[in-house]
Design a protein around this ligand. Structure first.
Ligand SMILES: [Zn+2]
Length: 401
C-alpha cells in the first residue's frame, strides 16, 4: 500500500516535467516510468520511515516536544540522504493541551463513558460540570427545542452521512449549543464505524456566545442517551475537562528539494503535514501522507534521476488545529507562486492510489532533445537508510500495479 502511494506521487510528478509534443508524453516517459514503478514496488523505505516516525516520536500535536523532535529528524534525514536546500522555516503554532478528562453518566445509572475532548476546547471548572442531558438529532432539532437546552449538556446524536456534513456538529456544535444556553456540548463521534471508539478533531468558537466545553462521545453512547431520552429517562452526566490553551509555540515547516536541471526556478511542491492529534500515532493522518511525498522525491534521488523543474517536498506543520504552517508557507513563498507549476498535499489517507491528473492541463516545457530518463542521470545510490537499494528489472513490468 505504502509502495503504491509512493508510486502515485511519482507518477504525478512525471507530467510536470514532460513536453506536450510528439512523441506523446506516455511514449516518451513510459520506459523511465516503468523503471520508477519497479523501483517503488521493490522498495520499503516509505514504510520503514513511517514506522520509525511513529515509533520514535509518537503523537505530534502542535506545541509538543515530540513534534519538534520529529521535524528535526526529518530535516536531518533529508540532508543525510542528499536532498538539496534542506531547511526549516519558523512558524508560530497554537498550543492546546488536553489534560485529564472524563465523562460519567450519573443517572439513570453510573457508568464512565469513553470520550475525547475536541481540540481547542476550553476546560470545565475545577469540579467539572454536572447537568441533565438534552439529545438533539440536528441543528434544526436544537433550534426546535432551544427552550429545553438552557443549563443542559446538549448531545448531538447525528448519524454519519458524509464527513463534510457530519463534521459540522463537531466543528460548530459548541457555538450552537451555547447560543441555546447549554453549559457544555457532546458530539457523537464523526465516523460510520465504532467499537466504542471516540474520535477527536478540531472545533471552533464564536466570540458572540460563551465558550463551553465540547467533547466527543462514542456512537454507541450517543445512541444510548437518545434511547434514554425517548423513553422518558432523565439522563444526568458529569463532565470534567482540564483542557487549556497555552501561548503560541515556535515550530517549523521542513523542506528539501531536487533542483531542476532546466528550469530550477519553477517548482513542483508536494508534501503532507507533520503534526498529528495527541491521542494516536498520526500514522495515517498524516505521517503516511508526508512520508509518501518525501519518499517519492527521495526515490528519484536514489535512482539518480534529476527533474527538469525543481521538486520540493514540504512537511507543513499545524494542519490539524490551525493551518498555520500552510499560511506561513504561503506568506513566505508568495513571490514564487507564479513559478509554482503544481502543488499537492497528501492528506486523504494512504490508501490505494487514484489518479485524476490531466497532462493536457500542465504547461509544457520546450523540448530539450533528450528524455528525462537520460538527462543528468548520475547513477543509482547503493544503499539508503538501512534499506537495500532498489533492484530494477531489465524487462519492464507489463501491467500497472
Ligand atoms: Zn491530515
Amino acid at each position: 500500500m505504502m509502495r503504491s502511494l509512493v508510486l502515485s506521487m511519482l507518477l504525478t510528478l512525471l507530467p510536470a516535467t514532460a513536453a506536450a509534443q510528439q512523441p506523446t508524453i506516455a511514449e516518451r516517459y513510459q520506459p523511465i516510468a516503468r523503471e520508477i514503478i519497479a523501483a517503488a514496488l521493490g522498495d520499503s523505505s516509505a514504510y520503514n520511515r513511517l514506522g520509525a516516525m511513529v515509533d520514535w516520536f509518537g503523537p505530534r500535536l502542535s506545541g509538543s516536544d515530540a513534534l519538534e523532535h520529529a521535524i528535526t529528524w526529518m530535516a536531518s534525514e533529508m540532508q543525510r540522504t542528499g536532498l538539496q536546500n534542506v531547511h526549516t522555516e519558523p512558524v508560530m503554532v497554537p498550543h492546546w493541551v488536553r489534560g485529564e478528562e472524563s465523562v460519567e453518566l450519573m443517572a439513570p445509572r453510573r457508568r464512565r463513558l469513553p470520550m475525547l475532548g475536541l481540540g481547542g476546547s476550553v476546560g470545565t471548572p475545577a469540579g467539572g460540570i454536572t447537568a441533565k442531558v438534552l439529545v438533539v438529532s440536528s441543528f434544526d432539532d436544537l433550534r426546535a427545542h432551544a427552550a429545553a437546552a438552557k443549563g443542559r449538556i446538549v448531545v448531538f446524536d447525528v448519524p454519519f452521512t458524509s464527513y463534510g456534513a457530519t463534521v459540522q456538529y463537531r466543528v460548530n456544535g459548541a457555538v450552537a449549543a451555547a447560543r441555546a444556553g447549554a453549559v457544555a456540548s457532546l458530539v457523537r463521534s464523526v465516523t460510520p464505524y465504532s467499537l466504542a471508539t471516540p474520535h477527536t478533531g478540531n472545533m471552533h468558537y464564536n466570540d458572540s456566545v460563551p465558550k463551553i466545553p465540547h467533547a466527543a462521545i462514542t456512537v454507541e453512547d450517543a445512541e444510548m442517551l437518545a434511547r434514554m431520552q425517548a423513553r422518558g429517562d432523565t439522563a444526568i452526566v458529569h463532565l470534567t475537562m482540564h483542557a487549556k490553551t497555552l501561548p503560541d509555540a515556535p515550530s517549523r515547516n521542513v523542506m528539501g528539494e531536487l533542483v531542476g536541471t532546466e528550469r530550477p526556478d519553477e517548482v513542483v511542491v508536494l508534501g503532507g503535514h507533520t503534526d498529528s492529534w495527541d491521542v494516536g500515532q498520526g500514522a495515517m493522518d498524516d505521517g503516511g501522507g508526508v512520508v509518501v511525498a518525501w519518499e517519492a522525491v527521495a526515490l528519484l534521488k536514489r535512482m539518480g534521476l534529476r527533474p527538469r523543474r525543481t521538486i520540493r517536498v514540504v512537511g507543513w506543520v499545524n494542519e490539524e488545529n490551525g493551518e498555520r504552517g500552510a499560511e506561513a508557507y504561503h506568506e513566505r513563498h508568495h513571490d514564487e507562486l507564479s513559478r509554482t507549476v503544481l502543488a499537492i498535499e497528501s492528506d486523504a489517507g494512504v490508501f490505494r492510489p487514484e489518479a485524476s491528473a490531466s497532462p493536457d492541463r500542465i504547461p509544457p516545457l520546450p523540448s530539450s532533445g533528450k528524455s528525462a530518463g537520460s538527462s543528468s542521470r548520475s547513477g543509482r545510490a547503493s544503499s539508503h537508510a538501512g534499506v537495500a537499494a532498489p533492484t530494477l528489472p531489465r524487462s519492464a513490468p507489463t501491467g500497472f500495479p
